[in-house]
Design a protein around this ligand. Structure first.
Ligand SMILES: [Zn+2]
Length: 453
C-alpha cells in the first residue's frame, strides 16, 4: 500500500499546477482529477450502524465523493486504486479535551516557554500519527494569539488545532493548579466580568467557552453561580456554547446547578461522589448535554507499551512502566472506579458521551488508552468509536469530520484489526489519511525521535 501513498497526491498537485498555468483567461481551467478508489475494507463509518464488509469509497479532492459496497459502482477510469482487503477503516478520531503546548515531549519539561509554534505543531503531528484529525485545546493557551493563528492553519500531516482560547475561572490563578499553568485563565468575579470575557472570546471567533468551576479543595475562589449564569446566557445570546470543568470536591452539586443554568457540556464527568437520582432526572430532561469522561489511568492503561517505543523517548517509556507497575500493585483505585460508575450512570440517563484525553503531558497516544478505559467501564466498542468520532464532531461543531460519508473530509484511519473485536485494535494503525492525503508516519517517527535523550 505504501507505494501508492505519495505519488497520487504529488502527481495531482503537479497536474493541477500545469492545468492552471496553461489555462487562458477566458477558459476556466479543467479540474485536474485527484480521485482515489479505496476498496475491500470493513468500514465502521462512525454513524453507529453495523460495519460494512467489502466497503468501497471514492475520495476526490480530499473529500469522500461516494461511499458504498463492491459492485455498486465502477471505479472512475482515471482513479488511483488502493486495496484495503483485510483492513478495517474508521473515521479519523477527534479529541474534545486536551491541553497541549506547555509540555515538551522530547525532554519532559513543563513550562510556558514550551508554548511555541514548533512544539504545538509537533503535538498536532503526534495526533495525526495516532489517527486524530482534530483536537480541542480547552483553555490553557499561554500565547492566545499563536493559538488563534494555528487554529486557522491547514498543516499537512497534522491534526487541526481547535481552541476555546483562554478559559474563564474566578481568577487567573484559579485554573489548573500546576505552577506552570497558573495565571493563564481569564478571571471573572462579577457578572459584568463574565460577560466581558465572553464578548472578548466571541471577538476572537471562539464558539466553545471553557469555564472552571472548582475551588481546588478550598484553596482558591470558585466561579460563583450568578457569574457562570451570566457567562452561559451571554454565550448563548452570541451563538456560543459553554463547557464546564468540575472539581473533585463539589462536582455533583456544581453539575446539578450548571445543568439548571443551561450549561452545554462537561469537560469531565462527576468525580467527587456517585451520581444521584436528582442528577439523573436533570440529565434526562437535557440529554443533549455532553460529558467528556477522560478517565484517570486504570491498571490496564499502560499494560502494553510495545506500540509506543518508536515514538516516545526512553525516559517516558520508563516512567510509564513504573506507573503500570504501581497501578498493577495497587489496583484501579477509588478515583478510577468512581468515574467508571458515573460514566455508566451518565450512559443510563441517556447523556451525550464524547471522548477527551485531558492530555497535556503525554499527547495523542492517550486517545487510544482512553478508548480502552471507556470500554473497560462498560461502553461497547461501537459506542466508544462513535464518541470519539461522530459525537465529538457534533460537540465541537465540526460538520466536515466524524463520519465516513459523502461530502465529509476524507480523514480516516486504516487498521490492521477490527476494534469491534477488541478496542485496543485502534492502536494497530496501518495508515492515516487526513483530507485525502496519507500521513507519512515513518517520517514523523524519525522527527519525533530526533534529539531525544
Ligand atoms: Zn482539562
Amino acid at each position: 500500500m505504501r507505494t501508492q501513498f505519495l505519488p497520487s497526491g504529488l502527481l495531482a498537485g503537479v497536474v493541477s499546477l500545469v492545468v492552471v498555468a496553461c489555462a487562458s483567461v477566458d477558459e476556466p481551467p479543467v479540474a485536474a482529477t485527484d480521485a482515489t478508489w479505496f476498496e475491500g475494507a470493513r468500514l465502521i463509518d462512525g454513524g453507529g450502524g453495523p460495519p460494512v464488509e467489502g466497503a468501497v469509497f471514492l475520495v476526490e479532492d480530499g473529500v469522500f465523493a461516494w461511499v458504498g459496497r463492491a459492485g455498486e459502482r465502477e471505479a472512475p477510469p482515471d482513479a488511483a486504486r488502493v486495496d484495503l482487503s483485510g483492513k478495517t477503516v474508521i473515521p479519523a478520531l477527534i479529541d474534545a479535551h486536551q491541553h497541549i503546548g506547555l509540555t515538551n515531549v522530547k525532554d519532559g519539561s513543563h513550562s510556558p516557554d514550551n508554548y511555541t509554534r514548533a512544539n504545538l505543531v509537533e503535538h498536532l503531528e503526534r495526533s495525526a500519527y495516532h489517527g486524530v484529525a482534530a483536537t480541542m485545546s480547552l483553555g490553557l493557551e499561554f500565547d492566545e494569539a499563536l493559538a488563534f493563528e494555528l487554529r486557522e492553519a491547514v498543516l499537512p500531516g497534522a491534526a487541526r488545532f481547535l481552541t476555546s482560547g483562554r478559559g474563564i475561572a474566578a481568577t487567573p490563578m484559579a485554573g489548573p493548579q500546576q505552577p506552570y499553568r497558573l495565571g493563564i485563565p481569564r478571571g471573572a468575579r462579577t457578572e459584568a466580568e463574565g460577560r466581558a470575557a465572553v464578548e472578548e472570546l466571541h471577538g476572537h471567533g471562539v464558539d466553545l467557552v471553557k469555564i472552571w468551576v472548582d475551588d481546588r479543595g478550598g484553596t482558591v475562589p470558585k466561579l460563583e453561580p450568578p457569574v457562570y449564569q451570566a457567562i452561559i446566557d451571554e454565550a448563548h445570546a452570541r451563538g456560543m456554547r459553554v463547557t464546564a470543568h468540575l472539581g473533585t470536591t463539589s462536582g455533583l452539586a456544581d453539575a446539578k446547578a450548571l445543568l439548571r443554568a443551561g450549561v452545554d457540556g462537561f469537560a469531565h464527568t462527576v468525580r467527587d461522589r456517585d451520581i444521584d437520582d436528582e442528577y439523573m432526572t436533570l440529565v434526562r430532561e437535557r440529554p443533549e448535554v455532553w460529558t467528556v469522561p477522560n478517565l484517570p489511568g486504570s491498571p490496564v492503561t499502560h499494560d502494553d507499551l510495545s506500540w509506543l517505543g518508536q515514538t516516545l523517548p526512553p525516559f517516558e517509556i520508563e516512567n510509564l512502566r513504573r506507573e503500570a507497575d504501581r497501578l498493577a500493585a495497587e489496583g484501579p483505585g477509588a478515583f478510577f472506579e468512581l468515574q467508571c460508575r458515573n460514566l455508566a450512570r451518565n450512559r443510563e440517563a441517556g447523556m451525550t458521551i464524547g471522548m477527551g484525553t485531558d492530555s497535556g503531558v503525554s499527547v495523542a497516544w492517550t486517545t487510544h488508552t482512553e478508548l480502552r478505559d471507556m470500554a473497560g467501564c462498560g461502553l461497547d466498542a461501537m459506542e466508544v468509536i462513535e464518541a470519539a468520532t461522530r459525537v465529538n464532531a457534533e460537540i465541537l461543531g465540526l460538520d466536515d469530520l466524524g463520519t465516513v460519508a459523502p461530502g465529509r473530509q476524507a480523514s480516516f484511519v486504516v487498521l490492521d484489526a477490527d476494534p469491534l473485536d477488541d478496542i485496543t485494535n485502534t492502536r494497530r494503525i496501518d495508515g492515516v489519511y487526513l483530507r485525502g492525503e496519507p500521513v507519512d508516519r515513518e517520517a514523523l517517527r524519525t522527527k519525533f525521535m530526533d534529539g531525544v535523550r
